[in-house]
Design a protein around this ligand. Sequence first.
Ligand code: HEM
Length: 458
Amino acid sequence: MTVEQVKPETTGTPAPGLLEPPLAGGGVPLLGHGWPLLRDPLAFMSRLRDHGEVVRLKLGPKTVYAVTTPALTGALALSPEYHIAGPLWESLEGLLGKKGVATANGPQHRRQRRTIQPAFRLDAIPAYGPIMEEEAHALTERWKPGETVDCTTESFRVAVRIAARCLLRGDYMDERAERLCTALATVFRGMYRRMVVPLGPLYRLPLPANREFNRALADLHLLVDEIVAERRASGQKPDDLLTALLQAKDENGDPIDEQEIHDQVVAILTPGSETVASTIMWLLQALAEHPEHADKVRDEVESVTGGRPVAFEDVRKLRHTNNVVVEAMRLRPAVWILTRRAVTDTELGGYRIPAGADIVYSPYAIQRDPESYDRNLEFDPDRWLPERVKDIPKYAMSPFSVGNRKCPSDHFSMAQLTLITAALATKYRFEQVSASDDTTRVGITLRPQNLLLRPVAR
Ligand code: HEM
């Protein structure tokens, strides 16, 4: 039986022997757990395991289920009894389009994954090497020793440029990547506000912030239309993701429609830039905060390259650099919360989950859990050495998720993050300037509030 054949039964009776998950503590009258979740979402999610492996949360009148152990997050992500839905996805769909891979389910999702997957396969990544190298070195060359670097803008720029140039190839991308960057940064800021504080009609008022958001959203969609139209007009069919999308067929063997092509490009560029940009910011913060690891990265890179600029082919030899990236992602995962919806009456860990229920879990909480990690809050890249990694429970470190919704871009992302970290740590040491604020800003992703660094030449 497939997920699509299962009809949600909202009035289903609980299967015998299954328990109702306990209600989490910390709720307040009327708002329930909405209040602590809004006030300090990371601390709230991190405490939930104290109340049970699966717990109920009251968000106003609504009951939401939270999963708190690595094993159960794996079971949830791998089970066909849950699909992508819920308030997070619905608000994304409203703004970014309904036909992209990130929000589709069932046969449409499987077909779309088949179309995009080849562009992200391990053996496809080396073709992106020259662009990744060029962008990583351009970043270090743009920065001047002693001058303050605005890490938010710079990280967004390099992430968008790499995704756009590698996946949607074309000379025109150079100028467009800058526009995409500006549009995406504004759109993500506004989207998070709309999700957390759903003030509906107020966002339609002609206020400066709303106008700026609407302009950025319109420009994002316009840019995507321009990219698609220019590729078509060029008559070129390079072996890239955009060609794959333009040649894709639907379930009946017919070409996919214009709206789906558009929504697919949006659905790949938007998660692709925000997540990588946030992770680069945290990597920069980690290099500044842990100079001993930055020095170790530099030593490793020099021992591999013998002093020449680091290249894409060096990446697989950079073990410590890779471990620094993984450890930064463990403590500051870009994607800090994920949701699913039960397709049918089902169970998790012996607890009853009714059809239609929304389930949340937090990779941030899972990856910092003291039950999974020794000295859980310590930045310790060596915990990923082969002799120590075996002590870490399965699914306790899944920043790209697992199962059929696993990020297609795990290899693509790890390659560029390792290369960028190597290029940065070889050229500079970093110091935070006094106006810098590296506290965590919770949005659609986690990133530092306003990271400002001064590069110091090595
Ligand atoms: C999905 C994380 C980079 C494209 C996901 C998911 C996670 C994730 C956790 C699964 C969501 C879920 O289970 O509900 C990350 C992280 C990244 C990263 C941590 C970098 C540090 C990228 C990049 C791209 C990308 C660079 C594209 C250029 C996508 C797409 C999906 C996705 C299209 C939806 C897949 C589906 O639903 O089938 N990502 N991602 N991601 N990611 Fe990434």
